[in-house]
Design a protein around this ligand. Structure first.
Ligand SMILES: *Cc1c(COP(=O)(O)O)cnc(C)c1O
Length: 366
């Protein structure tokens, strides 16, 4: 593919996922792959049941527990198949046969989770963002969660539209959250959740790994129709080594967790998220060309989505951004527009560059 990038300036990748990694983590990954160890074989080629790899997994779990203050009655599991596989595996794992679950539908990803759950269980809508065109989070006082529901599912951050949940209610049934696009970007009250899950390719590494944080009392022996490899209880009993785990993805997440810990943990990540997104939203709100439809209080600090009031300028905007070293700003394929994903690895200078590009673009097209 021909490269049309600028050669002068630093490049920034605003992709929604797989997303950019910190340079430091990318270099550590390269080292890990290419450097021969002083003795023995590289960790990548060692048995996953051996002491070396077990230690890597234990350390990764420990880092995650410390960073998120995960209480001891929760299991941390390393799964495969991405968050999308969990959409179907969740009801099969957490519900008794015939038991229902409640779903909040607030955009693209929560709708996918709901539709997939309906294939496996009597899932019901707890609330929907339809009345506002999915530009606002339905307030928790309006959620309709039957007392006998097995859980209530939410998507903490709608990656496609840039709609983020700012607070998590205490419910009478276990709260389950897809946090694929904002886990480890802010502190969260883990004890309010029955389960949290997240694919790692957004804030936490490369594709191939999905983190599950599950309250232990929700684990059951796998029911008929649920393969053992996808049973949370089996995974917990086998310390996520029922079968070969995604070793490379695990290593990468291990390095990302070290990187986050070394920069002040989730409180510092949240501060950086606020600063980056504030700069961008300020630019959008001050402009006549850019418009963000999401209600202010529900705006995402990690996926900033906006439109151009003149649609014919979208293609040149994206093209000129690419040429200026600002990559992958196109909106979600189902939604269009512009999306800047500002995950943990995005330096604040990347946003400053984007903002000055946007101001100059608007001036040129006034
Ligand atoms: C990206 C994303 C997914 C899909 O993740 P996969 O690993 O591709 O299955 C699910 N939910 C949310 C919120 C996402 O951002």
């Amino acid at each position: 593919m021909a490269c049309i990038c600028s050669e002068r300036a630093e490049r920034y990748n605003f992709a929604a996922g797989p997303a950019m990694l910190p340079t430091e983590v990318r270099l550590q990954l390269a080292d890990w792959l290419t450097q021969a160890p002083a003795c023995g074989v590289p960790l990548l080629e060692q048995p996953f049941t051996g002491a070396g790899f077990r230690q890597l997994m234990d350390e990764t779990e420990g880092l995650l527990r410390t960073l998120l203050a995960i209480p001891p009655d929760y299991e941390v599991l390393f799964a495969q198949g991405g968050a999308s596989a969990q959409f179907g595996l969740l009801p099969l794992n957490l519900l008794a046969a015939g038991q229902s679950a409640a779903y909040l539908v607030t955009g693209h990803w929560s709708r996918k989770a709901f539709i997939e759950a309906c294939r496996h269980a009597p899932a019901r809508l707890a609330a929907s963002g339809e009345a506002t065109g999915y530009t606002a989070m339905p307030p928790s006082r309006d959620w309709q969660v039957p007392a006998d529901a097995g859980y209530c599912h939410v998507t903490s951050n709608e990656t496609g539209s840039g709609l983020q949940m700012q607070a998590f209610p205490e419910l009478a049934v276990p709260l389950v959250a897809d946090m694929t696009s904002d886990l480890l970007t802010r502190p969260i009250p883990v004890e309010r959740f029955g389960m949290i899950y997240a694919s790692t390719q957004k804030n936490l590494g490369v594709p191939g790994l999905c983190l599950l944080i599950v309250r232990r009392d929700l684990l059951h022996a796998p029911r008929a129709g649920l393969p053992s490899a996808f049973s949370y209880q089996v995974l917990a009993e086998q310390h996520s080594r029922f079968n070969t785990p995604p070793t490379l993805a695990l290593y990468c997440t291990n390095r990302m967790l070290h990187w986050i810990a070394g920069r002040g943990g989730v409180t510092a990540m949240a501060q950086r998220c606020r600063e980056r997104s504030r700069q961008l939203y300020d630019c959008i709100d001050a402009s006549g060309l850019y418009r963000c439809a999401i209600r202010h209080e529900d705006r995402s600090t990690v996926n900033v989505c906006f439109e151009l009031t003149d649609d014919s300028l979208l293609a040149p905007f994206l093209q000129q951004a690419e040429r200026s070293g600002l990559h992958n700003l196109q909106g979600h394929s189902a939604l269009g527009g512009v999306r800047a994903s500002l995950y943990n690895a995005m330096p604040v200078e990347g946003v400053a560059r984007l903002v000055s590009f946007m101001r100059a673009f608007e001036k040129r097209n006034a």
